[in-house]
Design a protein around this ligand. Structure first.
Ligand SMILES: Nc1ncnc2c1ncn2[C@@H]1O[C@H](COP(=O)(O)OP(=O)(O)OP(=O)(O)O)[C@@H](O)[C@H]1O
Ligand SMILES: Nc1ncnc2c1ncn2[C@@H]1O[C@H](COP(=O)(O)OP(=O)(O)OP(=O)(O)O)[C@@H](O)[C@H]1O
Ligand SMILES: [Mg+2]
Ligand SMILES: [Mg+2]
Lengths: 165, 156, 156, 165
């Protein structure tokens, strides 16, 4: 399966509707400090069902909703939609294209959907499990993960080999 | 599952030895079992010998050496079980000119079967990437995307 | 000692506000006492407002923003109580082009009363530093120093 | 006081006798990964009496002695000498120039001297205390210290202000 399209609204600094496609290969994301590059990655992670707000650099769930800028008011919800090409059937669902959407309102209401069918967070997490994405996978690597890879105990390292089995 | 681990370990171990030497332009490294007789519970250790140097405990390695070594391990896992999407957030920051070139080449090779998103400030990585996605704040505090180089334009 | 802390805090707080705005080219930041009525035990918090943005909790800051903010705090302490020698090991690695320029300018200004040794791979920092000390391994595994630019040569 | 000269022998990758002077201003230390830049800094920290081998990325004290390279045998000891200009009398010693030397042999014997007078580690540490150098000071800053500065608790941060008092 491949992630092919990403749609973001109201997530962190992405106050406006934002879309992009991924066509394979290496995409280098560039821009000045604080412009939103890591936030873009956070959006993908959150869309995949990331449960731990610490991994999103937040202290409360609603921290991920755009809270305004000096010349822009805050918005009422954050929403991320991820589109997967499932031609090879890796995702355990009978569809060649799979849209996963996650929304969170300021009031704290969460909504999830798979191909427009409302579902629960655990359904999204289960769909993604064993795809190599989401927390079980080693899909998102920053300086912390790099440091950990070597500083980790021999047991932890064995765990990663188990996950690649 | 015992065989599964052993097979996976052997494959990843071989991949790691190859990727380490490739990324460092020399030297050698090994994954080893802390308890070979107890495969169900054994841990996995890393032993490295950098080009021209003797074997050293991992802690003595430099920042860039650690980063490149960890990348070799990541590539070794990915070669065995590719993830459809791998996001790298400024992992090339501690690398010097030669190391970042070899790292970028490895990324390009692996990108035949893995989609990489690599956040970077590094000019070598930027020059090597076929696709660029710019993120800007025209309006302060609000991010917008600026596609800067499309996959079919082969111009630098 | 109660007055000593208050005087030191006030001075460092003022320095921090100035250095933050200088390094970020805008915005504002404050040090604040968590418990102003209990000066003997109070902690010290940081609140920042980046240029064009609203106040945000520190955790939401980007890698580069955190690095620059921490540098502003370091400079604020040093302005009050200079250390004779300050060594920086690749702290400019997460900074973008504009931020690293402002950081290098601050280093130069503070270097009138502080000796800085700054380990760096960054071309802006290297160009700005009056003295360069190269470290090489002609012989693998053995470090040698190569003075590359002396303080009195003002050529780039 | 100012650090003016550094002499290193046998410390980590500095297998040969190495010397350099510091003339004030900003010195940028450059070179490829693993060539010895951070080791140079470790040498200064060690010379000042650093007691914690973790801060030197070592697991045993003798790890700091050059252990050899593919074409070079190990050496038997590590030695670092630091020269301070003490014209302003900051260091509590009646001398305008102060040499501090630290040596460690493979057998585990440690020697310290101040202006060629043999002394103990604690004498070096006490000499340096309150100079802004050594562990009490904030003289050596890497990415970890930067992260800590912001991640630290309000109490720790107050502690740094106390140290600057
Ligand atoms: N909910 C939110 N509302 C508004 N702004 C936010 C929100 N969450 C985070 N931010 C802002 O996003 C910015 C950080 O963005 P991000 O981490 O993506 O930067 P970056 O491009 O990765 O930069 P760097 O190159 O420094 O790593 C911070 O300035 C932070 O204040
Ligand atoms: N006692 C020792 N004997 C021999 N080599 C050593 C010893 N201690 C450390 N080394 C070697 O020193 C190297 C690390 O050097 P150092 O940390 O100074 O690099 P660096 O120049 O800071 O590189 P980077 O730019 O990657 O941070 C490692 O290759 C390590 O094996
Ligand atoms: Mg970032
Ligand atoms: Mg280093």
């Amino acid at each position: 399966m491949r992630l092919t399209r990403v749609k973001i609204f109201g997530f962190k600094t992405f106050a406006d509707r934002t879309e992009f496609s991924l066509e394979g290969g290496v995409v280098a994301v560039v821009g000045p400090n604080g412009c939103g590059k890591s936030n873009l990655v956070d959006a993908i992670l959150w869309g995949l069902g990331e449960g731990s707000i610490k991994h999103l650099r937040a202290s409360s769930s609603q921290d991920v909703i755009f809270s305004g800028a000096q010349a822009r008011k805050q918005v009422g919800y954050a929403e991320v939609s991820l589109c997967f090409d499932n031609e090879d059937g890796t995702l355990p669902i009978d569809a060649s294209e799979v849209w996963v959407t996650r929304r969170l309102t300021r009031a704290g209401d969460s909504e999830y959907s798979i191909n427009r069918q409302s579902c629960r967070l655990r359904d999204v997490v289960e769909l993604m499990a064993d795809s190599g994405l989401g927390r079980a996978g080693y899909a998102i690597v920053g300086q912390k993960e790099i440091d950990q890879a070597l500083a980790a105990s021999a047991e932890d390292r064995r765990g990663w080999i188990d996950e690649a089995a | 599952t015992r065989d599964k681990f052993v097979n996976t370990f052997n494959a990843v171990r071989d991949n790691f030895a190859v990727m380490f030497t490739r990324l460092f332009g020399g030297g050698s490294a090994e994954l080893s079992l802390t308890d070979p007789d107890n495969v169900l519970e054994t841990g996995v250790d890393i032993v490295v010998q950098l080009p021209g140097k003797k074997r050293q405990p991992l802690q003595l390695l430099s920042g860039g050496e650690r980063s490149l070594c960890a990348s070799a391990f990541l590539f070794a896992l990915l070669k065995h079980k590719p993830a459809p999407l791998v996001v790298l957030d400024e992992v090339d920051a501690p690398l010097d000119g030669r190391n970042v070139e070899r790292f970028a080449e490895a990324l390009l090779e692996f990108s035949e079967f893995i989609q990489f998103i690599t956040i970077t400030h590094n000019h070598t990585t930027i020059a090597a990437a076929p696709t660029l996605l710019g993120v800007t704040m025209q309006e302060p505090g609000v991010s917008t995307l600026v596609p800067m180089r499309l996959p079919d334009s082969v111009s630098g």
